[in-house]
Design a protein around this ligand. Structure first.
Ligand code: APR
Ligand code: MG
Length: 278
């Protein structure tokens, strides 16, 4: 692992985009977040809040109809698409205007999710796939980035590599998988590995054990989605999102116990954590 470069603070400083003075919400684009389910509406809240804080212009959240009112009370800035998954193959449904899409937080890896993923992969838009959207599958070659964000258990589920073996050579396995599938792998955990489809690989050095708590992965998915909208270079968007997500947790433990972080507090820290990088 020694020879794998770290995406450093200086890299983020150099590659974080400025908000342009004459810009408007259309400049940064509309993101689509497909997240949450009847039992897991909170994942959609966490990802939506993080996305809205990460540079996009507008956010549409696609979720279960009964979850919309509670989610909207936490993220009033977002708009909603009810039951999008049920209409995914409806010819009237036009998803081509979205700048980037994320799917999976708070969702189950079932047949309905798989059908939605299949459809989204054909749109040719930057696509983040997390949690329920992760399954053992192959990917057609596309220009648009496909970004998978597995934790070790999910990586093992989609590749068959046992977790113990994976953890001994995280970068090696992440890079192998990225090249083989032609996708970007964000292998989460301490020192998250970011492996691109051409084999280029980075380690992330931010973050700490305060992140070892349910919901922090949903927050990362939202940050990735938002960053994809405001960066011209999608690789920089991925690397910067992972770095800043961890940097928020590092800020937390300067003044708080590592036991106490809640995932949505990463999003609340992001404005002050991100500022010195600009
Ligand atoms: N050091 C640094 N970073 C860490 C550490 C650590 N010790 N532990 C966790 N993290 C980071 C990971 O790198 C990742 O960014 O915290 C985040 C955890 O993400 P997930 O494992 O996806 O957790 P999350 O999805 O929020 O919660 C568990 O995942 O298996 C699914 O649906 C299941 O609800 C469950 C959910
Ligand atoms: Mg997760």
């Amino acid at each position: 692992m020694d020879d794998i470069p770290v995406w450093s603070k200086d890299h983020v400083r150099m590659h974080l985009p400025q908000r342009q003075s004459g810009s408007h919400k259309g400049t940064y684009g509309t993101a689509l977040l497909i997240a949450g389910s009847t039992g897991m509406p909170g994942a959609a809240v966490l990802a939506a809040k993080a996305a809205m804080r990460s540079g996009l212009g507008k956010l549409v959240v696609a979720t279960a109809r009964e979850s919309i009112t509670p989610i909207a009370s936490h993220v009033p800035e977002a708009t909603f698409e009810p039951e999008l998954m049920e209409r995914i193959n409806d010819p009237e449904l036009d998803l081509t205007s979205y700048k980037a899409i994320a799917i999976g937080p708070g969702m189950l890896p079932d047949q309905k999710t798989e059908a939605a993923v299949e459809h989204l992969l054909q749109l040719g838009k930057p696509l983040v796939m997390d949690a329920g959207a992760l399954s053992e599958r192959t990917y057609a070659k596309t220009e648009a980035p496909v970004i998978l964000t597995p934790h070790p258990g999910e990586f093992s589920r989609i590749t068959g590599v046992p977790v113990e073996k994976l953890q001994q050579q995280r970068a090696h396995h992440a890079a192998n998988c990225a090249v083989k599938l032609g996708v970007t792998i964000v292998l989460k955990g301490q020192n998250t590995v970011i492996a691109f489809p051409d084999g280029e690989t980075y380690l992330n050095a931010t973050g700490n054990s305060a992140l070892a708590k349910g919901g922090t992965g949903d927050t990362l998915t939202g940050m990735l989605l938002g960053m994809l909208c405001c960066h011209d270079n999608w690789r920089h968007a991925v690397l910067n999102a992972v770095h800043l997500h961890g940097a928020c947790a590092d800020e937390w433990i300067k003044t708080h116990s590592a036991h106490t972080l809640l995932a949505h507090e990463l999003t609340e820290l992001l404005p002050t954590v991100m500022k010195p990088y600009e």
